[in-house]
Ligand binder design. Structure first.
Ligand code: PMP
Length: 448
């Protein structure tokens, strides 16, 4: 391995060669005025990046791992072209997607309300299933109220966009989800990120900037989706209180995962839900649905019901989805052993992976275990090799993570067996070893 910097696992020379090939195609010129005869997408930065990755993959013979069609319910297993794969790439942490009680609730709601709310909730889209779901979520987080949205991503965007404005300040963890960063951008507030989980750095930024801003908000996640680690919630809550800042915690990967009953990071630390101003969550992970929510004070929810554009100007959540998520919460309340099984599985995976000498980064072993490969090309190739051996795990590549952090991300489920976990780690360790020994068909310079 040379000492030079790398992008997409390519050395500077290799990268330059790819860029030149791309430029030679005559499509990557800088836009100067209107370019009516060109494909306008070629002028977009993201498109150029995508083209470069695609060309790199093609020239290395690596198949695109994304947008593959799968069949059936995604859980501990997944089917493609009639073959069952061991699956580590689903949000179905607790096996509630496809659970008979959850599916029955959705079917009943279709009979009662049809498949659509058919209007914004503000107008005639409000249904009893929405109210019941929000009551359950408020109870889960120990808040007065809750408001649900049709998309988890849109929840962060629209809520941050309407809670904060130009005179305000938003501080967010450097590893925050894209939806938090997009919401912060939309708000127009002063945006500052602090190094991952660094409470002291966040506090320094607050001390420096809080005085010049009307309102301030700190946004963190309860359980980081790329790394599987948990922030020091009590410490963040303490600095938020001292500097009169709101605290928003994104619980997308915490609900159903952290705490003995899956109530999230508050239960994990044994603290009161009132410590946090806005509990943001998604319904698409452990709760087997789709959408997002904010559990908060009655006043906060009331404000969002009239002020959040993504709520007011958007249709209500489809009734079968609201009913399915409410049923998932019922099962979670009655069967906390699902959470215990999930975390036993994740702890087992983490321990086995460490024993095998794999780099599991910051993972604390709650449902998410990354295995850091250190090269996008190598991670994509490994994902392909594992798939051929019956294991579905997705690579996380630059720019979703820094190039040296390119990884395979394993989502565990309560439904995996210990034997399946053992098999996955064994196969993975074998293939990583084979790759390190140079027996991969990939140029040595592309591998760490
Ligand atoms: N927040 C976090 C931390 C996420 O990981 C995700 C998506 N995985 C979202 C928000 C967006 O949620 P959804 O996919 O339900 O729109």
């Amino acid at each position: 391995m040379t000492g030079e910097s790398r992008t997409f696992g390519l050395s500077n020379v290799e990268r330059q060669r790819l860029i030149e090939r791309f430029r030679d195609s005559g499509k990557a010129q800088e836009p100067i005025g209107p370019t009516p005869n060109q494909d306008p997408f070629q002028d977009l930065e993201y498109w150029r990046q995508f083209e470069m990755i695609r060309m790199a993959s093609e020239s290395l013979g690596i198949a695109n791992p994304f947008y593959r069609v799968h069949e059936g319910v995604g859980g501990a297993g997944i089917v493609r072209d009639g073959r069952r794969y061991l699956n580590f790439a689903s949000y179905n942490y607790l096996g509630l997607n496809g659970h008979p009680r959850v599916s029955a609730a959705a079917k009943q709601a279709i009979d009662d309300h049809g498949t659509s709310a058919s209007a914004s909730r503000l107008l005639t889209g409000e249904r009893s299933v929405h109210v019941a779901l929000e009551r359950s979520l408020a109870e889960l987080h120990g808040t007065e109220d809750c408001i649900s949205f049709v998309s988890g991503h849109a929840t962060n965007v629209t809520v941050l966009g309407c809670l904060l404005g130009r005179p305000d300040l938003i501080l967010y963890d450097a590893l925050s989800h894209n939806s938090i960063q997009q919401g912060a951008q939309l708000s127009g507030a002063r945006r500052l990120s602090f190094p991952h989980n660094d409470v002291a750095a966040a506090e320094r930024l607050l001390a420096q900037h809080r005085g010049q801003c009307r309102q301030a908000l700190i946004a963190i996640e309860g359980h980081y989706s790329m790394d599987g680690d948990v922030p020091d919630l009590p410490a963040f809550a303490e600095i938020a209180r001292r500097h009169k800042a709101w605290l928003l915690v994104d619980e997308a990967h915490s609900v159903g995962v952290l705490g003995r009953h899956g109530r999230g990071i508050a239960e994990h630390f044994g603290v009161d839900g009132a410590l946090v101003d806005f509990w943001m969550g998604t319904l698409s992970k452990a709760l087997a649905g789709c959408g997002g929510y904010i559990a908060c004070s009655r006043r906060g929810a009331e404000y969002l019901r009239y002020a959040a554009p993504g709520f007011v100007y958007s249709v209500g959540m489809p009734p079968p989805i609201a009913a399915a998520c409410a049923a998932s919460l019922d099962v979670l309340r009655e069967e906390p052993e699902r959470v215990a099984r999930l975390n036993a599985n994740a702890a087992l995976f983490l321990a086995r992976a460490k024993e095998a000498g794999l780099d599991t980064g910051l993972s604390q072993g709650f449902g998410i275990v990354p295995v850091i490969i250190g090269s996008s090309v190598a991670a994509a190739r490994l994902s392909e090799i594992l798939f051929a051996r019956g294991i579905n795990v997705k690579p996380i590549l630059y720019p979703a993570v820094p190039e040296q952090g390119a990884r395979l991300r394993f989502f565990l489920s309560s439904e995996h067996t210990a034997a399946e976990i053992g098999e996955a780690v064994t196969v993975l360790a074998e293939e990583v070893a084979r790759m390190k020994s140079g027996n991969t068909g990939l140029p040595e310079t592309l591998l760490r």
